[in-house]
Design a protein around this ligand. Structure first.
Ligand code: NAP
Ligand code: MG
Length: 502
């Protein structure tokens, strides 16, 4: 929890007063559009800071700095135990500055400092330590021939793992601090140099991170940060011919743009994209657990969460009880946002996002879904608040059932069958496949259904359990590749096979 002795207000006011530029080659560099980007606190709609809006020129500078540091071997060839020491030291620095980071992140996305402290900062520090631990364990294999060689001679093969090179990383605005650590930790562990572009809506904590990195022994040019908007800075990074790999987290639509931009030099691509994750409640589920969990699954961070359980599939026998329980929870939710108090529902990230979510609610009404609760902007609050909203009588072809809304909007579909293949068919009736959960009192059924669901993550009586050691990523249009765990390290490594006659 937050330590009440530490008052971060003065320090943060100072931080917010300066227009942030870009962190390139170990220095703050100014550049980009004349007009800076306004950083808005979505709880109030007020501008709290400005950042510079970089473009192709700043991306080029940053990629060059990353290239120089990579090719010099100053990081990629540093002794693994030394590289690990530096990442561990960054994790310690992050924990020492947890209050400051939580403060900035809370202002930037409209949540309480305590929430950010626990899920934003603590998890990030642990994730960094997790990958720091891998550095001294990266290595290849020795391989026996599988068949006699034509020459009649035997040969020996061994594989070597090498860092892939210069990496571009683009992140969205939900949990930007944790998201940035989730990307840079495996890249640095592998020995890569990188250029990170945060989202324009929430760039502050990542700039603060650059300041912390500058205090470590990480060589200059290994970590570079370019602030700016996606269609300029982001696009320039994705198409840059000297970037060896791009790792992107964001919407499926932009993910497709990244993919075509990456085609120029066939850079390797990892994509963590959107979702429309099903929460499936079978008739034998313990409803005292399943109902509050289903509410958390959709309403956590106001549904602005890629794993949000936005599609509830519930058996007819328990449908009314589940809907009543969810509506009671939604109606009792506290709505608001300030630094020191936790609310159940906070603001959406921007006016644009609020308008988009309200338009989806109108679409749902027009499609004939029944509004069980919510459906409106919260009156009396200046920020971008939308009521927790539940639609019942939803059918598979409705747009609100098919498209990612990224807001506090749950669709409920009722089913009569107990056939697991049919139930999985409903859960899988989506172009996405990021997360899912199954609620049942019968663990065998839970495992059988988990086996049939096409999704990178399936929870049995739990929704969206995240851990640094557990691979995370999407089937279908929810992405390419995995982050977290050993699998999250692999995309930053090339495998070289070395063969010699014996
Ligand atoms: P977004 O609009 O796709 O933006 C994500 C990032 O891409 C931002 O930094 C954005 O820049 C940048 N960008 C936009 N257009 C670009 C382009 N043409 N080329 C290169 N970069 C570009 O997503 P968002 O609205 O910020 O975030 C919400 C989405 O992220 C949801 O779909 C959600 O499901 C997904 N998400 C996925 C995961 C996961 O792990 N699978 C996690 C969290 C969120 P600017 O915003 O600065 O312009
Ligand atoms: Mg965006």
């Amino acid at each position: 929890m937050l330590s009440p002795q530490i008052d971060t207000h003065g320090e943060m006011l100072n931080f917010l007063a300066q227009t942030r530029g870009h962190f390139i080659g170990g220095q703050w560099v100014s550049g980009g559009d004349v007009q800076p980007i306004n950083v808005v606190n979505p709880a109030t709609g007020l501008t709290i800071a400005t950042i510079e809006s970089g473009g192709a020129v700043e991306i080029d500078l940053a990629v060059n700095a990353a290239r120089e540091s990579f090719d010099s071997g100053v990081w990629s060839k540093m002794a693994p135990v030394e590289r690990a020491r530096i990442l561990f030291s960054l994790a310690d620095l992050i924990e020492e500055h947890a209050e400051q980071i939580a403060h900035l992140e809370a202002l930037d996305i409209g949540v309480s400092r305590a929430m950010m402290h626990e899920i934003g900062v603590k998890l990030a520090a642990d994730q960094l330590r997790y990958y720091a631990g891998w550095i001294t364990k990266i290595g290849g294999q020795t391989i026996n021939n599988s068949r006699p060689h034509a020459s009649g001679r035997e040969f020996l093969t061994y594989t070597v793992k090498e860092p892939i090179g210069v990496v571009g990383q683009i992140i969205p605005w939900n949990f930007p601090f944790g998201m940035s650590i989730g990307k840079i930790a495996p890249a640095l562990a592998a020995g890569c140099s990188l250029v990170l572009k945060p989202a324009e809506e929430a760039p502050l904590s990542v700039s603060y991170l650059a300041g912390l990195i500058a205090k470590t022994d990480l060589p200059d040019g290994v970590f570079n940060l370019v602030n700016g908007v996606g269609r300029k800075a982001g696009a320039a990074l994705a198409r840059h011919m000297d970037v060896d790999k791009i790792s992107f987290t964001g919407s499926t639509a932009v993910g497709k743009d990244i993919l075509s931009a990456a085609g120029g030099n066939l850079k390797k691509v990892t994509l963590e994209l959107g979702g429309k994750s099903p929460v499936v409640i079978l008739p034998d589920a313990d409803l005292s657990e399943a109902i509050p969990a289903a509410a958390r699954a959709i309403f956590f961070l106001n549904g602005q969460n890629c794993m949000a359980g936005s599609r509830l599939l519930v058996h007819a026998d328990i449908h009314d009880a589940v809907v009543k329980g969810l509506v009671d929870i939604a109606k009792a939710m506290s709505i608001g946002s300030d630094l020191d108090n936790a609310y159940d529902i906070g603001p959406l990230i921007s006016k644009r996002q609020m308008t988009r979510v309200l338009a989806y609610i109108d679409t749902g009404l027009g499609e004939g879904a029944e509004l069980a609760t919510g459906g409106k902007r919260v009156s009396g609050l200046a920020g971008y608040f939308v009521q927790p909203t539940i639609f019942t009588n939803c059918t598979p072809n409705m747009r609100i059932v098919r498209e990612e809304i990224f807001g506090p909007v749950l669709t409920v579909q009722k089913f009569e069958t107990e056939d697991l293949d049919e139930i999985a068919g409903m859960a899988n009736d989506t172009v996405f496949g990021l997360s899912a959960s199954v609620w049942t009192g019968n663990l065998s059924k839970g495992h059988l259904l988990a086996g049939k669901i096409k999704s990178g993550q399936v929870g049995i009586n739990v929704h969206a359990a995240i851990d640094p050691a557990t691979p995370f990523g999407g089937y279908k249009q929810s992405g390419w590749g995995r982050e977290f765990g050993r699998e999250g390290l692999e995309p930053y490594l090339e495998t070289k096979a070395v063969t010699a006659y014996l």
